[in-house]
Design a binder for this molecule. Sequence first.
Ligand code: PLP
Length: 376
Amino acid sequence: MNAKISRYLQDARPPTPCLIVDVDAVEEGYIQLRDLLPEARIFYAVKANPLAPVVKRLNKLGSSFDTASRQEIDLCLKQGAKADRISFGNTIKKAADIAYAYEKGVRLFAFDSEAELRKLAQAAPGAKVFCRVLMECEGAEWPLSRKFGCSPKMAADLMVQARELGLDAYGLSFHVGSQQTDLSQWDTALGRVSSLFSILRERDVDLRMVNLGGGFPAQYRSDVPPLEAYARTVMAAVRRHFGNRIPELIVEPGRSLVGDAGVIQTEVVLISDKGDGDGRRWVYLDIGKFSGLAETMDESIKYRLRTPHDGGRTGPVVLAGPTCDSADILYEKTRYELPLDLAIGDKVEILTTGAYTCTYSSVGFNGFEPLKTICI
Ligand SMILES: *Cc1c(COP(=O)(O)O)cnc(C)c1O
């Protein structure tokens, strides 16, 4: 575990549950990605962790920002980001929010439908637009399929229409799915967008940008290839499909920038069994699905745990949250083992929880407070 966070937890003994984010680790992640992918502009996906010190630090480092709402735009502006480094990347926006962003100076917008394109033409005249292309997201632990993007053929027609509507038909985007473990997905995606570049060139629309999305990994339970391998594979695919006509590139990392920079500390509230012969202990923590661990839905994201008894003998457990909702079980099908010495009152650390946690916390289901966050 991150030594700075470990030291902080030892010295400060904050009440649990809480998320500690090491902003220096976010900075290191940003610099690493920037150095590995110098060809691409980094737009941090703000939704992954919108804490002000995180956004502020990334802004200082020169990052741009991918936002999904008026509130995220305001947050970035407030932390000093210039509007020309903000993209409104959600394909589902109210016309009033598009107008608001435009009025604030934002000129880069995503869409994946004709109706959204018409909203953009109305509320953001002349802005740069990019169309999101549908992906299958196979191999992703947190897929973003179906809901976003349109078919390649539709994307081509919409980009022609974008120009006819007076917008700047800037480029195409895709997202191969979050925590993508199959590196070949970028090759498939880039093949798809490069053919669209050619098709559109024949229709006199010269696209200039490819937005490679997110999908870069954080370190959960299963090993993932190093970020170097991702960067190498992505750039090899870009070169294979675009040759020496490489367009402007954008990446939108969320999880990979902030995931490993955060640790949640939690406390064991109860250890019990059901007397049903299952043989597994039920371990109830003071955090669950409603206080930040939403990505355990369908047991998709499998966090690593640390306990004070690591190294001792272990046994299988079912892990659950503290609320009176039976959906609030973190891992039941996935095999988790915890030390037999684990006791009620012990602190347990949930590692790599800097991404998609604190803002997934409910405002007070069952009276439990939203997850507390501390940036160090
Ligand atoms: C959520 C999101 C991202 C970030 O994805 P990660 O897999 O967390 O890096 C990037 N782009 C868009 C459009 C998103 O919605």
